[in-house]
Design a protein. Sequence first.
Length: 94
Amino acid sequence: MFDLKKELYYNLANLNYLNGDYESAIENYGKALKNQDREQDAQTLYNLGNIFKEMGELTKAKNSYQNALKIQPNHINAHYNLALLFKVLGLSLI
């Protein structure tokens, strides 16, 4: 069960992200991580990857997407964004 406080941090981070306040979003997503809902952790890491990508911190974005996939290997959006990032970085997927 996703505890209420972590859910509030997650939702606040989503609002921060939508408003372009990336630093606050990163902080609040961090507070929402490591809950009992591993699927939610994967989504949080995916969202962090998106923020890092938009900030130009591509290594952090790559790490976030990869960590999301460790938790939820079938997260299609994390696969897609990671593949795009690998292309931008000139890395091989295999």
